[in-house]
Design a protein around this ligand. Structure first.
Ligand SMILES: Cc1cc2nc3c(=O)[nH]c(=O)nc-3n(C[C@H](O)[C@H](O)[C@H](O)COP(=O)(O)OP(=O)(O)OC[C@H]3O[C@@H](n4cnc5c(N)ncnc54)[C@H](O)[C@@H]3O)c2cc1C
Length: 415
């Protein structure tokens, strides 16, 4: 097992696997270290995503389950939306991650299971790989021209190289993956309100073959409630779900942490890139990060391999990763974070009001907002249907929103 490589990736989640494929495809000798024994296990995500992105990322259709009904619930409101054809889907998470792993291996990457990165090797201010504990508990060094931190919430290399602190604000989610024979497999629920998920939301995500993920996520330190307690109550507390989960039983139990701080200021330094959750590259709007992790990993893997090829792994060269990511996602992620901070403290009455607003939007507009595609067109379209928004206290927020969109349009044009 050679200890030297061109691109070393820490973490075998969607960001790391996509980075491994992209780097290896460009001819870089690529090694990925994953601390778990299997790719895609344990599952720590609900797998909600979008069909257009799965197609763009060439994920096979049998690895995601389309949903045609999306139902929003607040304490005293319910908004059902119909999409035909379906736009949203629920992933076979393990299947998708293993598929990405297969693609990385086919491109020439080498994946090392049960290898935990420990120390970072830094020489003259340049990151040159990591030390790791391997599957037989030996301590090894893996030296590399380029390192990509794709370790998700632990941001393992980043926090050891002054590329960001450990996350302070995060969503904690607990979820049952049930066999639920009476649950309609085309219906996805998003549930808000203090009774179900204070400072967060609950969900029911069908994923085909009678299986449903039922979960609750809450934001810390915005509140210190325990999502697990709310999870055990929700089927009894929410009449819309009681019948649907009749005769159901959990088959798996998942927990996970999602960073809710927005993107880091910088994702690159000499010899190092941060991709996926480690860089804060997911959308904090609804805690969605899988497709964003794949896109971010692809960019990081490509730029790392180009840096190696050009013999320049300096922060100056690698800064093109920051630029590329911000040009594509910066505006939408900043806005998602602005909105997340605003809605995180919504009262039950405010959630009811938000669902009243939703009733006045088209299903397409709602999907676009949920996806986090915050174009001027979307904001103007929402205002056209709700001119009252400007008068009812939302004006200051809308001003900031439009200014942010305008600024990013100028930056992109100048770039
Ligand atoms: C409860 C919950 C529900 C969610 N639901 C959704 C959803 O419905 N849709 C969606 O798109 N997103 C969802 N997300 C977010 C999504 O899971 C993440 O954004 C996504 O997993 C980020 O991918 P990543 O590759 O950056 O990190 P991860 O998926 O966290 O992968 C990081 C990998 O690094 C490994 N690792 C960590 N430290 C080390 C180390 N020292 N050495 C070696 N390996 C290491 C880990 O074992 C892991 O495999 C959810 C998150 C949570 C917590």
């Amino acid at each position: 097992m050679p200890g030297e490589c061109d691109v070393l990736i820490v973490g075998g989640g969607p960001a790391g696997l996509a980075a491994a494929e992209a780097a290896a495809r460009l001819g870089a000798r690529t090694i990925l270290l994953e601390r778990q024994s299997e790719i895609g296990y344990p599952v720590h995500t609900s797998g909600g995503s979008w069909i257009s992105d799965m197609k763009a990322l060439a994920i096979p259709e049998n690895l995601y389950h389309p949903v045609t009904r999306v139902i929003f619930v607040s304490p005293h409101r319910e908004v059902p939306l119909y999409y035909n054809p379906a736009v949203a889907c629920v992933l076979d998470v393990r299947g998708v991650y293993q598929h990405l792993a297969g693609r990385a291996v086919a491109a020439g990457a080498s994946l090392r299971m049960r290898h935990t990165a420990e120390q970072t090797i830094v020489e003259n201010g340049r990151v040159l790989g990591v030390t790791a504990k391997n599957h037989v508990s030996e301590r090894i060094s893996v030296r590399a021209s380029m390192t990509i931190d794709a370790s998700g919430f632990s941001r393992h290399v980043g926090v050891r190289t002054q590329m960001g602190q450990a996350f302070h604000r995060y969503g904690y989610g607990a979820e049952y993956d049930l066999y639920a024979p009476n649950y309609p497999q085309d219906e996805l629920f998003l549930i808000m309100g203090s009774q179900f998920a204070p400072r967060g939301y609950a969900w029911a995500f069908p994923r085909g073959n009678g299986r449903v993920r039922l979960g609750v996520g809450v934001l810390h330190p915005d509140c210190d409630d325990d999502a697990r307690v709310y999870l055990d109550r929700i089927v009894y507390d929410l009449p819309q779900l009681s019948d649907k989960f009749k005769d159901a039983s959990p088959v798996e139990y998942h927990t996970g942490l999602f960073p809710s701080e927005g993107p880091l200021e910088r994702f690159s330094r000499d010899g190092l890139l941060l991709a996926g959750d480690a860089g804060g590259h997911g959308s904090t709007l609804v805690g969605e990060g899988i497709r964003f992790a794949i896109y971010s990993g692809q960019m990081a893997g490509t730029i790392a391999a180009e840096a190696v090829k050009s013999g320049d792994t300096s922060a100056a060269f690698l800064g093109r990763f920051d630029k590329m990511w911000r040009a594509r996602f910066g505006r939408d992620m900043d806005i998602a974070y602005m909105i997340n901070k605003r809605i995180a403290s919504y009262s039950d009455e405010q959630w009811d009001g938000a669902l009243d607003l939703m009733k006045r939007l088209t299903p397409v507009q709602i999907a676009q907002a949920l996806r986090g595609d915050f174009s001027v067109g979307l904001v103007m379209g929402v205002l056209a249907r709700n001119p009252g928004l400007i008068a009812t206290g939302g004006k200051k927020f809308l001003d900031v929103l439009l200014e942010r969109i305008h600024k990013s349009t100028l930056q992109t044009t100048e770039g």
